[in-house]
Ligand binder design. Structure first.
Ligand code: C2E
Ligand code: CA
Ligand code: CA
Length: 566
């Protein structure tokens, strides 16, 4: 089949121009003449016109008006328009270009000029079409198909551009996340999840003027915004978002949480700005009172520290960087050290001594605490064994049993093996369990505690009174000693109420046959208040801070010899 020739629409040309053109275009283009707008439109609608040639300066129709109309019609924006003017009429040429013509040729038509001009405009127009297509493809690549917002990469790129191009504007990056979105997806169908995402996206699109801000979906239910700080009202944003989602009538409570990074360091890559906003968000996740949070500089330091902790922990354990300190527990009535608590310390080669307040929460999140606790228990057993081997007196030592241990099936076996290995008796190792373990899974905890008890281990309830379930729990669980949380002791000098509660706790413990240790006693006044309430043991700086093992031993032996002298 013969290849169809490209079509030229020739508008408003007199017969002689048509003939000249037809001769020039023979075998190269097919010319379709039109005498008026109606015919022009007809041809444009029914054929794939490649070039429009308009003869100007003629009476048949007002060429300029038509030229303008065509040039403004978006349907024909990719068709080049070539004006035909009379040679030497520069005024018409100028008007033609002004009115939207791409090129012009002059009569009498010169074959070479016309051929080249046509070829050029066509090449140009194909390039424009290509550019258009590339733009469309880019849009396709940039846009998240579910929500119509920018996807991750596009958001990073556009936000970086926006921040760079407007150095006078202070931007904020907002990171938004739906709480328990997975649950919503499981409870309902994926379509409901999608509907929530689309509705939120819709809100962002309406809310954020694209001239001054951006919105994107980074992944799953995580959205990001880049907006000028002075236009950002987080209370309002969260409320409007809630209200918008509520209109969907989903029975489950869908809540968004937000983190905000005010862009202080404009040179930071946008993905890291988003990380910071996300970090701010992670601090309040699951907290239903605060729905958004701002990034502060301390957060980054804490994150770096946490990364260091995670990076170094395994090696540190092998490298013997962890040791135990022992904090004596006193019985004021007899002036004796009756026990001690083993508290772990990390001597880091670069950072020096790190307090457990820093690393224990990290290890509780990543599970390493189980290994570390076992190391501490074994260290305590070794210490006790060495004392016994040297023929010295010992007191039972408390160790902390982090709640994660209760998920290890071999917890009890591990402890029993330790006793066997170091030839110790279970009363020598007291186990401190926190209230929070009870809140996690009461049945499981009760079961394990009963097993401990059957095997002779004394059980201490640590940080008693710091959680919610305290009193209720005491009825259900067979423990030997209550360790009253430091917070109570701190309050007793200040509040009558705290004193009353403490008195009641001590009374209740005695009634249930439990011992009491009060933690955090620092002053004589605190000690006096407490000793007046009943016979309790004391752990606190007033008597002694946690001590290196050798210092504990000297103190212990000193007290012991004092008591035996008496
Ligand atoms: P905790 O089990 O409640 O331990 C008591 C903490 O109170 C210790 O802090 C101790 O140094 C501190 N303390 C004792 N007396 C006073 C006082 O009079 N005033 C004040 N302000 N503080 C006092 P430390 O050693 O920093 O331990 C903090 C927490 O880290 C512990 O609280 C415990 O939850 C955890 N931890 C420590 N060692 C271990 C361990 O080996 N395993 C586990 N799982 N957790 C541990
Ligand atoms: Ca403890
Ligand atoms: Ca405690």
């Amino acid at each position: 089949m013969e290849k169809a020739l490209p079509i030229i629409l020739l508008a408003g040309a007199e017969k002689n121009i048509y003939d000249e053109l037809a001769a020039i275009c023979k075998n190269k283009y097919q010319i379709m003449p039109a005498d008026n707008e109606y015919e022009c439109n007809n041809i444009l609608t029914n054929h794939k016109v490649e070039v429009i040639l308009i003869a100007l300066n003629v009476q048949v129709m007002d060429g300029f008006d038509f030229l303008k109309t065509l040039a403004q019609d978006s349907r024909y924006k990719n068709i080049p328009i070539v004006a035909i003017t009379t040679h030497g009429d520069s005024e018409t040429e100028a008007r033609a270009m002004e009115s939207g013509a791409t090129e012009f040729v002059t009569t009498p038509l010169n074959e070479t000029v016309v051929t080249y001009r046509l070829r050029n405009v066509l090449a140009h127009c194909h390039q424009a079409e290509k550019d258009e297509r590339i733009k469309e493809m880019n849009r396709y690549i940039e846009i998240d198909s579910l929500t119509g917002l920018y996807n991750r990469e596009a958001f990073y790129e556009k936000a970086a551009e926006m921040i760079k191009e407007n150095p006078e504007v202070q931007y904020s990056i907002v990171y938004l996340d739906i709480s328990c979105f997975k649950v919503v997806n499981d409870l309902f169908h994926n379509e409901t999840g999608n509907l929530i995402l689309k509705t939120a996206a819709n809100y962002f699109q309406k809310k954020i003027n694209p001239q001054i801000g951006l919105s994107g979906r980074i992944e799953a239910d995580h959205f990001v915004l880049c907006v000028p700080q002075d236009t950002l009202d987080m209370d309002r944003l969260m409320k409007e978002l809630d209200d918008t989602i509520k209109t969907l009538g989903i029975s489950h409570n869908i809540l968004f949480f937000g983190g905000v990074y005010p862009v202080i360091d404009v040179n930071l890559p946008v993905d890291q700005m988003c990380d910071r906003a996300r970090m701010a968000l992670s601090k309040i996740k699951g907290n239903y009172v605060r729905r958004y949070n701002f990034y502060d500089v301390g957060m980054r330091d804490r994150m770096l520290k946490e990364q260091m902790i995670v990076r170094d922990m395994e090696f540190a354990l092998k490298d013997n960087q962890f040791t135990i300190f022992l904090q004596p527990i006193f019985r004021p009535e007899t002036n004796e050290i009756v026990s001690a608590e083993a508290l772990v310390r990390w001597f880091h080669p670069d950072s020096g001594m790190i307090s457990p307040g820093y690393f224990i929460p990290v290890f509780e999140r990543n599970g390493f605490i189980v290994k570390l606790d076992r190391f501490v228990w074994e260290t305590v057993c070794k210490f006790l064994r060495s004392r016994l081997d040297a023929g010295k007196k010992i007191v039972p030592i408390s160790v902390n049993v982090s709640r994660l241990n209760f998920y290890s099936f071999d917890l009890l076996i591990f402890l029993l093996n330790l006793l066997k290995k170091y030839d110790l008796e279970p009363w020598m190792l007291k186990l401190e369990v926190t209230e929070s373990a009870y809140t996690d899974n009461p049945q499981q905890l009760i079961k394990i505690i009963n097993q401990f008890k059957e095997n002779g281990f004394p059980i201490l309830m640590d940080d008693f009174g710091s959680g919610y379930s305290s009193l209720n729990m005491l009825k259900n669980i067979d423990i030997d000693v209550l360790k009253v949380d430091m917070a109570f002791v701190r309050e007793i000098e200040l509040s009558e109420r705290a004193r009353t509660i403490l008195l009641m706790i001590i009374g209740l413990a005695k009634e249930l046959g439990m011992g009491v240790v009060t933690e955090g006693v620092e002053t004589q006044t605190q000690l006096d208040y407490i000793t007046n309430m009943g016979s309790v043991d004391i752990q606190g700086y007033y008597f002694s801070k946690p001590l290196a093992v050798k210092d504990f031993v000297s103190l212990f032996d000193k007290y012991d010899s004092l008591n035996t002298q008496v």
